[in-house]
Write a protein that binds this ligand. Structure first.
Ligand code: FES
Length: 132
């Protein structure tokens, strides 16, 4: 069983600044996983972000599976859903709850978690915020 990760997303290469607008709230379909990529420094790996709208609000995570730190999708924007709010990593089938802090529910990194990025809907726009 893995342990919970507490990595600061702001320390990752190409992390966008707080205040970055991702999309309008209307652009975010309920239950879908939408990916954004940031690569201001092209020599470094892109910062890939997934955003998910659910009953309790909007959650965002770095698109890196804590098993081998790979993106959880094999093709741009194409994710494997396990259930309405659960995503399966395309590599070794770890399942993450996007509506509940990105915890890994089953698979090789069970008990670990995705790296959360705080986002909020502000005046109809989904924005990265400073967080707690
Ligand atoms: S890289 Fe995601 S389950 Fe192995």
């Amino acid at each position: 069983m893995s342990t919970l990760l507490n990595i600061d997303w702001r320390s990752l290469p190409n992390a966008p600044p707080t205040g970055t607008m991702l999309c309008t709230a209307q652009d975010l379909p309920f239950g879908a996983t939408v990916e954004f990529s940031f690569a201001a420094a092209p020599a470094l790996p892109a910062f890939r972000l997934i955003v998910h709208l659910h009953d309790g609000g909007i959650n965002a995570y770095v698109n890196q599976c804590p098993h081998h730190w790979l993106p959880m999708n094999r093709s741009d924007g194409q994710f494997v859903k396990w259930s309405e709010h659960q995503l399966m990593c395309a590599h070794h089938s770890a399942v993450f709850d996007l509506a509940r802090s990105g915890i890994c529910l089953m698979g090789p990194c069970q008990g670990s978690n995705l790296i959360a990025v705080p986002v909020r809907a502000v005046d109809g726009e989904v924005v990265i915020v400073a967080g707690d």
